[in-house]
Write a protein that binds this ligand. Structure first.
Ligand code: FPP
Length: 224
C-alpha cells in the first residue's frame, strides 16, 4: 500500500462532538486539540511524513466571541507544551497562515515553536492557524507586487515560494472529518491534485482505523 506523503486534515465536528455530550463547544475544541498527537503518531507510524491540520480559518474570527477567545487562549497557553512533546519525538513544527490579527503572545509562541523544532524532521506537523486559501493567494499577489516582480517572472514556482506553506510538499490527501463534503477554503493551491476522503467520525473521535481507511482509499484512487 502506498501512503500519502502529505495529509491535510480538516478537523471538523468538535462542536457536534461536544453537543452530543451536552457540553459547551469549547469542550469539543479542547478534546480536539488533545486528540492531535494521537492522530499524528498514527500518521507517522503509517509512513506519512507531513501532516497539516486546519485549526482556525481566516473566516473563523466571525464566530462567537467566547469561542474565539477560547481558541486564542488555548494557543497562547498550551501550544508550547504541545510542541515540546513533538520536539521530544523529533517532529518539526510549522505554522501556515496570516500573521495579521494574531495577538502578540500568539505570534511569540508560534515563532518559538518553529524555532525550537527547526532542526527536526523528516516528520512535520503543520498547524494551519488563521489560514484561508483565498487570503493566501491574495497575499502572494500582494507580495509579488510589493517586491516589483516582473510579469514574465511569475510562474508556479514563484507562487509556491511565497505561499504560507512554502517549503512543504503538495498535499496528497485531504482528509475531512465530521461527514461534510466540502473543501472550506483549505489549501486550494497545494491540493490541486489531491485525493479527498471524508470520514463520518467527529475529529475528537477519529481513530487509527479511520486513518487507515483514508490511506487505503488514497491507495486505491491513486493506483488506478
Ligand atoms: C471545526 O469544527 C473546528 C474548528 C473550527 C477548530 C479546530 C480546532 C481544534 C481541533 C483545536 C486546535 C486548537 C488550537 C489552539 C491549536 P466545529 O467545531 O466547527 O464543528 P461543528 O461543525 O461540529 O460545529
Amino acid at each position: 500500500m502506498v501512503a500519502p506523503n502529505h495529509i491535510a486534515f480538516i478537523m471538523d465536528g468538535n462542536g457536534r462532538w461536544a453537543r452530543k455530550r451536552g457540553m459547551p463547544r469549547s469542550a469539543g475544541h479542547k478534546a480536539g486539540f488533545e486528540h492531535i498527537p494521537e492522530v499524528l503518531e498514527a500518521c507517522h507510524d503509517l509512513g506519512v511524513q507531513v501532516v497539516s491540520a486546519y485549526a482556525w480559518s481566516t473566516e473563523n474570527w466571525g464566530r462567537a466571541k467566547v469561542e474565539v477567545d477560547y481558541i486564542v487562549r488555548s494557543l497562547e497557553r498550551h501550544l508550547l507544551r504541545f510542541v515540546k512533546e513533538l520536539h521530544r519525538r523529533g517532529v518539526r513544527f510549522f505554522h501556515s497562515g496570516s500573521r495579521d490579527n494574531l495577538t502578540e503572545r500568539s505570534l511569540k509562541v508560534l515563532d518559538e515553536a518553529v524555532k525550537m523544532t527547526a532542526n527536526n524532521g523528516p516528520e512535520i506537523f503543520n498547524l494551519a492557524f488563521n489560514y484561508g486559501g483565498r487570503a493566501e493567494l491574495a497575499h502572494v499577489a500582494s507580495e509579488m507586487v510589493s517586491e516589483g516582480v516582473r510579469p514574465e517572472a511569475i510562474s508556479e514556482a514563484a507562487v509556491d515560494e511565497r505561499l504560507w506553506t512554502a517549503g512543504l510538499p503538495d498535499v496528497d490527501l485531504v482528509f475531512r472529518t465530521g461527514g461534510d463534503r466540502r473543501v472550506s477554503n483549505f489549501m486550494l493551491w497545494q491540493s490541486a491534485y489531491a485525493c479527498i476522503y471524508v470520514a463520518e467520525a467527529y475529529w475528537p473521535d477519529v481513530s487509527r482505523e479511520d486513518i487507515e481507511a483514508g490511506i487505503r482509499y488514497y491507495d486505491q484512487v491513486m493506483g488506478k
